[in-house]
Write a protein of this length. Sequence first.
Length: 365
Amino acid sequence: MKNLVIFGARGASREGAKRVTVAGVTVSCGIIHTAAPDFAAELSPGHVLVRVRSFSCNYRDRTFFHAMRRVPSHRFTAVGSEFAGEVIRVGAAVTDLASGDLVVGNCHYTGWLINEDGVREGVVTNQASKEYLVAPASKLSRVPRSMTIEEAGAFGLNMQTAYSMVRRAAPKPGDHVLVMSATSNTSLAVLHALRDSGVRVYAATTTTDRDNELEALGARVIHMPRTLKKPTVDRVAREIRGFTHALDPFLDLNGQSAVENLRPMGTYVTCGLLAQNPHSAQDPSLGNGVSASQLLLPAIMKNLSLVGNCIGLTRDLQAALDDFERGRIGVTLDSVWTGNQVGGFLDRTFNDPRRFGKTVFRYAS
């Protein structure tokens, strides 16, 4: 079976392999072939064998590249935390999935880590580039027939997180919702989720050449650097007497600005940090980061609600799938890669500032 892999960074580089640098670590990468699973072997009753057709990486996956810095170059790991695949076989107790179904990962997460059935919550796999995987049926969701293989490979974890953030923020028609780091993949998914909801959406970004795309998602664009002769977050906040909600993928990058520009009784929802590994922690855009007092003092003084969000629930993913089937939302895809385009795929995913949306790798049928 095919595996898109990265090799350890210690020792000689792999002869003929592509090289890519992610999170400060330069590794060899490529497609390798390993033994396929035994298709005749009996599956556990509640499990499903899936053939991965497409997959993508998320910001969190940088951490796994950083971990390869001390790994010998003869060792390797598959990558990716988002996938779409075809059901090959199901266990005897599985009744809601069948051979031939196209599925994505259901990363249902409450924070208990293990659910009442003993199934681990959260991301289905951190090695989505393995061509075959076995997962509990509860960790998979069927996608609409109208969804392409490429769209599905960029959908599950991304949209499940976005829909959870919007659900927990609970904006009402007419509210003013600020979306921080608007060209990040999570924020683009949030913009899709908010589209046509009746709220007034503001997309805050340092990117200067994506106004048309962000406006097409229903947002008013706010440019962050004060040197630009365009609206900045604090200026717009004064115009509208503060935002009612702020949704933010990077607490340590945007948290202070977001809470300072919320109106009293506002809500701030965040799902992560920019500094998820030592290399990212050195990003100059972080400055000195954000302190607890910089977040909590405005929250106390203005009676704000601060909400932490990790992924989402099954119902969040299902709501996103239903909205896609109804044509209410789409998927912002940057590019699709295949064959031996491994280095280009990884470099575009993690390093290229021109990327807008998800990059997807597709295995040939």
